[in-house]
Design a protein around this ligand. Structure first.
Ligand SMILES: Nc1ncnc2c1ncn2[C@@H]1O[C@H](COP(=O)(O)OP(=O)(O)OP(=O)(O)O)[C@@H](O)[C@H]1O
Length: 358
């Protein structure tokens, strides 16, 4: 909440941003109420109910914040400094949201009497079946893809367990986080494949997923032959608001517009980084794209990564961007965000993007 106040003034004044701010103020004061009360069973019950209420209140934070940034872009010219601050802030803000929601979910699952699967510890699965999550995410993305394009690429899954050959790979993980990342990647790959080959094509090359367990890392690589991404775009892929999908319609009533914000990759990367993993993308323009999700193979290395609010972080919002000290600025500097190059609609395909699984 302190960091929200460091955002550029004109962004803070946007209606959607102040709405998000109000939600945090309200939720924080509701939680503080419990500091003054004695801990009894009744109070603990009420605490659980409050958490559920707060979780529901904050369901649309990502879309609403995105809407706020859109409002700013439409009403003001945004310089590099502001854009950098927004990118920096959103990474930290959404990461802390992932963490808070994880805590709320753990608490309500463990103490709210909703748990029905004994293997899970709250939302953590100590034996997470990676192939199962891959197939689940693929099926749901394929459903959306079929609805849109009346076609979808097949899936091939390969598994390589370097530690125990032939044994299915299982890890301690939050399946909903992995599902979120894979669902985003499948939607991107499917859209690329169908757009590149045409929905009427006789054959669409399959999306190939390779799951590998090494000594340190577990990698899930999603490979497509969707025509790839030009190198001039690659610097922008993890920028919030960078999308080649049509801009979502503007909503007056602060209801969340469906999707197409360009949040799929940056938020998925946060999910990966949250447990000290990562998400990277490699592309061959004209051919296809490989996206790799890295996860820590050893659960004791996979503790949560959180933004810290301190002097360094506050300084970032006031830092000036140094002047270029190389001859030509990168060609990507000239590319605008929210470019619309595709006439095909993908709103439904992206429909579930913003609803963070946890
Ligand atoms: N596998 C891929 N092949 C080709 N282009 C891709 C691929 N993955 C991502 N992209 C490009 O990167 C852009 C940003 O992707 P991202 O998932 O962040 O947002 P989006 O899919 O456009 O919107 P949403 O917020 O709904 O996910 C896409 O619009 C697309 O141009």
């Amino acid at each position: 909440m302190k960091e929200i106040n460091l955002l550029p003034d004109n962004l803070l004044r946007m209606p959607s941003v102040s709405l998000v701010n109000d939600w945090y103020v309200r939720s924080f004061s509701e939680i503080l109420e419990f500091e003054k009360t004695d801990v009894t069973d009744k109070v603990l019950d009420r605490f659980c109910q409050s958490l559920v209420k707060i979780r529901n209140r904050h369901t649309d934070v990502v879309q609403t914040m995105a809407q706020g940034v859109l409002e700013l872009k439409e009403s003001h010219k945004i310089d590099h400094q502001t854009e950098n601050s927004i990118q920096y802030f959103l990474d930290r803000f959404y990461m802390s949201r992932i963490s808070i929601r994880m805590l709320i979910n753990q608490h309500t699952l463990l103490f709210g009497g909703q748990l029905n699967d004994s293997r899970h510890v709250g939302c953590i699965d100590p034996q997470c079946d990676l192939v199962g999550v891959v197939k689940d995410a693929y099926e749901n993305a394929r459903f959306l893809c079929d609805q849109y394009y009346l076609a979808s690429p097949d899936l091939i899954v390969r598994e390589h367990n370097e530690r125990e050959h032939g044994v299915p790979i299982r890890i301690v993980y939050v399946p909903s986080h992995l599902y979120h990342m894979l669902f985003e990647l499948f939607k991107n790959s499917m859209r690329a494949v169908i757009e590149h080959h045409g929905s009427n094509a006789e054959h669409h090359p399959p999306v190939v997923v390779t799951i590998v367990r090494g000594r340190e890392d577990i990698c899930v690589k999603v490979s497509d032959q969707g025509g790839g991404i030009p190198r001039s775009h690659t610097d922008l892929l993890f920028n919030y608001m960078f999308s080649t999908a049509p801009q979502p319609p503007k909503s007056d009533a602060h209801t969340a517009p469906l999707a197409g914000y360009g949040y799929g990759l940056p938020i998925s990367r946060l999910y990966a980084r949250y447990f000290h993993g990562d998400l990277i993308l490699l592309s061959c323009d004209g051919y296809g794209t490989d996206t790799i999700i890295y996860m820590k193979a050893l659960s004791n290395e996979a503790n949560e990564l959180l933004p810290v609010f301190n002097k360094t972080s506050s300084k970032f919002y006031r830092a000036t961007i140094p002047a270029a000290d190389w001859s030509n600025a990168s060609s990507s500097m000239g590319i605008r965000h929210m470019t619309t190059t595709s006439p095909r609609k993908q709103t439904v395909m992206q429909n579930e993007t913003m609803h963070a699984q946890c």
